[in-house]
Design a protein around this ligand. Structure first.
Ligand SMILES: NC(=O)C1=CN([C@@H]2O[C@H](COP(=O)(O)OP(=O)(O)OC[C@H]3O[C@@H](n4cnc5c(N)ncnc54)[C@H](O)[C@@H]3O)[C@@H](O)[C@H]2O)C=CC1
Ligand SMILES: O=C(O)[C@@H]1CCC=N1
Length: 272
């Protein structure tokens, strides 16, 4: 485990920063007094302090200088100015982890003092409920111990895998953005049942549990999704009618394209 006395700081306490902080506290990776957050928007910080009991500041330098592990959770478009202002607070004894979509490791390594240890991570919003899927790519100065630390932090809030940096945009398109591809599907399946007369609350509960159960079954059995689909589709039964409707609508191509388009956008963000 990460030494509980190490201090973790966040720059950016928005949707993803706060999701990770909740997951980190829930998993007891560090005690609340060893977790800090900086943001330009004070109400977010006050909410987090009230909810999690962490340290807060509207001054990035205060959190950066107090942290052993600094997690950058600001938008890629804001990152340039944040790095410029943080330069003076970054020393080689700190590990910098960035979750910004698209931004390559070289951007941090060039902007921060020579030798800065950087790891690029792409988590997802399910960190809030300790079910994130994260890809981790270490920079040139990160040590094996740093990789272990990052894997420990992000495994504690879900599942984390080490990947090469060249695949990080695809991680962003698949698991980083992926929850937003699945939520509308859960809603749409529930809509189908509502159209057939089911109450909305039951429809959403059954729909979400169906997605959770299908994912869990695949992860726990290790079976191929095609084989699992075959277990549900009785000959001349109900399911194959639904599968046919999805194939007619080109759902597989639509999902492939969603991942490809999100991946392309991640690449584009990295060039800015
Ligand atoms: N939302 C998501 O599901 C995921 C987001 N990410 C990445 O996480 C990062 C943050 O995204 P979100 O949390 O969605 O955005 P957000 O807009 O909710 O959060 C960004 C936060 O940064 C703060 N901020 C802006 N300028 C600042 C500055 N100069 N210093 C300190 N804080 C500043 C904002 O007030 C805001 O609270 C992005 O780089 C994104 O690519 C990665 C994985 C998933
Ligand atoms: O939409 C975005 O750019 C961020 C990165 C992955 C998920 N949300």
């Amino acid at each position: 485990m990460v030494d509980q006395n190490r201090k973790i700081g966040f720059i950016g306490a928005g949707k993803m920063g706060s999701a990770l902080m909740q997951g980190i506290i829930k998993a007891e990776i560090v005690k609340p007094e060893n977790l800090g957050a900086a943001d330009v928007y004070e109400p977010f910080l006050n909410d987090l302090k009230a909810k999690l009991g962490i340290n807060i500041s509207t001054d990035n330098s205060v959190i950066a200088s107090a942290s052993d592990i600094l997690i950058l959770a600001v938008k890629p478009q804001t990152l340039g100015s944040v790095l410029e202002n943080l330069k003076a607070d970054i020393t080689s004894d700190k590990l910098i982890i960035s979750i910004a979509a698209g931004v390559p490791l070289s951007t941090y390594e060039n902007a921060l003092p020579a030798g800065t240890r950087v790891i690029r991570v792409m988590p997802n919003i399910a960190a809030t409920v300790s079910e994130a899927a994260s890809g981790i790519a270490p920079g040139k100065n990160a040590t094996p111990e740093d990789v272990k630390t990052a894997l420990e932090i992000f495994s504690a809030v879900g599942t984390a895998v080490q990947v090469s940096e060249s695949i990080m945009d695809a991680v962003t398109g698949l698991s980083g953005s992926g929850p937003a591809f699945i939520f509308p599907i859960i809603e749409a399946m529930a809509d189908g049942a509502v159209l057939e007369g089911m109450d909305r609350k039951s429809a959403l509960t059954l729909s979400a549990q169906t997605v959770l159960g299908a994912a869990k079954m695949m992860l726990e059995t290790g079976l191929h999704p095609g084989e699992l689909k075959d277990m549900v589709t009785s000959p001349a039964g109900t399911t194959i009618q639904g599968v046919h409707a999805l194939e007619e609508a080109g759902v597989r191509a639509a999902f492939m394209n969603a991942v490809i388009r999100a991946t392309e956008r991640s690449r584009e963000l990295g060039k800015k």
